[in-house]
Write a protein that binds this ligand. Structure first.
Ligand SMILES: Cc1ncc(COP(=O)(O)O)c(C=O)c1O
Length: 456
């Protein structure tokens, strides 16, 4: 049996598989630690499997180059924004053009009007939009809008879903075991860090995902106090887990039946699974949705979109940099690029080729590998093959240790996959050549992990 892009022999392996030296990253981390807590700007910058993160010199297309000059095919994508690859020409040129006129005015601009028109054209649920600078802020505002509009305060949030790092958003986002999640009928509200308000979860109901019976029971009993359900339409931030067929449609029906708003957190799925996000992909329209990351292909920005009567309900959206011209220019250029014919077909082709290749490797090494491709998201995990329903089932089945060893192994040879989560981002800059090399490296690393290199 041979893998799809298998190496022909040991010499070729040795040539291609020179392990990287990354002492520059280590030295930089030691220096940074003197000035910054943990030596990182965001806790997510340091993967779980190493003591220090790779320090990057520059990025171009599908590749990143570290401070030691090593090249990596990258599937981390800056945690999602880099849908057009690193340093996308059209977006950078639009930003450079804007910079000639100024980077910030705290005032309306003609470009804001243009972006409003474009967003309301491409996002199915967008009757109106407003702007923030990150996904965290967009979600904060969406929750506030939902509470103001309904006059109710509770929110249903799902286990394992991350909506940002504000106190109320960072609840039960991860757990080390199912036991830690507590009773399925009454899941624990897990505060993610010390220093969060002890009552951060006071206004939340935590629920398992993909379970309409559970939700109907909860809504029937408590709809008088529940303002909204917030969900990622594809659960990307742990898992990832796909919505079971009919789940999003069922959730839509239930929320309408019980007078509860539906909020899609499309910070990851927006502009990535389809131009109009998961709401376009699955044909389910929420009242409110949030976007960030891929909307600007690498510049800080956030968008809240939704129904006019909710968006325009007298709840101000504040913030010094909201609607800043640099982000607006980047968003306009990004959306124009994404509108190019064939964009999403290319993303899916790359995802499908990776999935095919990994399935062949699963057979070759006799291990269960889970792969799915949805727009610009490639899902890769070890330990199971079929879709799992919720975060609990994922925790039981996913072989986190194996995945970590795999990711760590690939990084040594020049491919970067996402730390722990199995959510790999594809960009329009990824090529079939990248796929080929990725699978070659995966082949070697799986051989190493599953004990011993196997000759074809
Ligand atoms: C689904 C989801 N919502 C919200 C956020 C927060 O976005 P940001 O990091 O831009 O604040 C993230 C970030 O990863 C996310 O994945």
């Amino acid at each position: 049996m041979s893998a799809p892009f298998s190496l022909s022999g040991r010499r070729e392996v040795e040539e291609l598989m020179k392990k990287y030296h990354i002492c520059g990253s280590k030295i930089l981390h030691e220096d940074l630690k003197k000035y910054m807590p943990g030596g990182v700007s965001s806790s997510f910058h340091k993967p779980q499997y190493r003591d220090y993160p790779l320090a990057i010199d520059y990025g171009k297309g599908s590749k990143l180059y570290d401070v030691d000059g090593n090249e990596y095919i990258d599937y981390i994508g800056g945690f999602g924004p880099m849908i057009l690859g690193y340093a996308p020409k059209a977006v950078n040129e639009a930003v450079e053009e804007q910079l000639k006129y100024g980077s910030h005015f705290s005032s309306p601009t003609l470009s804001i009007l243009e972006l409003c028109r474009l967003l309301t054209e491409v996002i199915p649920s967008a009757e109106m939009v407003s702007f923030q600078n990150s996904g965290t802020e967009a979600v904060m505002q969406a929750l506030r809008l939902a509470r103001a509009y309904t006059g109710k305060n509770k929110i249903i949030k799902f286990e394992g879903q991350y909506h940002g790092w504000a106190d109320e958003e960072k609840i039960t986002i991860s757990a080390s075991s199912v036991e830690e999640l507590g009773d399925r009928e009454n899941p624990n509200r897990i505060l993610h860090t010390r220093g969060m308000r002890p009552d951060s979860a006071q206004w939340l109901y935590i629920a398992p995902w993909n379970d309409l019976d559970y939700l109907e029971k909860l809504m029937k009993e408590h709809c008088h106090e529940i303002a909204a359900v917030i969900t990622e339409p594809v659960m990307c931030d742990s898992g990832p887990i796909l919505p079971r067929p009919g789940f999003l449609e069922g959730l839509r029906e239930l929320t309408l039946k019980y007078g509860i708003l539906l909020i899609f957190d499309e910070v990851i799925t927006g502009f990535r699974v389809a131009l109009g996000g998961a709401q376009e992909y699955y044909h389910v329209t929420p009242e409110l949705s949030t976007f960030a990351k891929a909307v600007t292909a690498g510049y800080p920005f956030g968008v809240i979109a939704g129904k006019k009567e909710i968006m325009d309900g007298g709840v101000p959206s504040s913030g010094t940099f909201n609607g800043n011209p640099v982000g607006v220019a980047a968003a306009l250029a990004t959306i124009q690029e994404l509108k190019n014919p064939g964009t999403y077909r290319h993303l899916e082709e790359i995802g499908n080729a990776l999935a095919d290749g990994f399935q062949k490797l699963a057979v070759k090494y006799g291990i269960p590998i889970y792969t799915r491709a949805v727009g610009g998201i490639f899902i890769l995990y070890f330990g199971f093959e079929e879709d799992v329903l919720d975060y609990r089932e994922w925790l039981e089945k996913a072989d986190v240790k194996f995945y970590e060893r795999f990711v760590k192994g690939c990084e040594k040879y020049g491919v970067r996959f996402t730390d722990q989560r199995g959510r790999e981002y594809i960009s329009t800059a990824h090529t079939m050549e990248d796929v080929k090399r990725t699978l070659q490296i995966a082949d070697v690393v799986l051989g190493e992990i599953t004990e011993g290199y196997r000759e074809d």
